[in-house]
Design a binder for this molecule. Sequence first.
Ligand code: SF4
Length: 209
Amino acid sequence: MHSSVSSFDITRQHYSVESKIVASLERISEAFRVLLWNESKENALSPIQIQILIFLLFHSEEQSKVSYLAREFNMTKATISDSVKLLLQKGLIQKIDDRTDTRSYVIGLTPEGRNIATKSAGFAFSIEKPLHSLSDQQKETILVGLLKLIQELHRAGIITMQRMCFTCSHYRAHEGTHFCTLLQSSLATHELRVDCPEHTELPKESSKT
Ligand code: SF4
């Protein structure tokens, strides 16, 4: 049950830095929505169709399935299937036989789909650009704070899909240092990954930080 405490209550924001952070994240999520919408309009596609094309551009075959995309974007399989159907009709993606499961298929980009995905993948750069002017320490503080927030939201079942170090079975933390047992290497804070191809999900209750 939700309490009546609101991060958007301006009076509360005067004394709660947490509320201010949440209100700021909401502003930034609005910026994502607007930028994605502009990109979609330009390509006569829907925002989710653009997101699917960009996701396919950067992720493995095993992640390029309707069921995986549904979890990634918190949508039903039926909704993702509809978008996939339209992208197939537009000739931007193709079905490829799944080598691991003959009843299933994976989705790949066609050359035209790849062109649009490559062009659109920079849609959020206006958000990245101002971050370049922060100090390394400021950026690391933001990164760790956001990773912890994602970890907690994942634990609470709000973010279902993520592939970052703190929820990976290869991650070890020791006295403020980070270590990856797969890469057999310590990780500096700026090397912590948000979307790692080798991520292996931890059982939720055994999260390590
Ligand atoms: S495998 Fe990737 S996500 Fe897991 S700890 Fe190593 S770098 Fe982090």
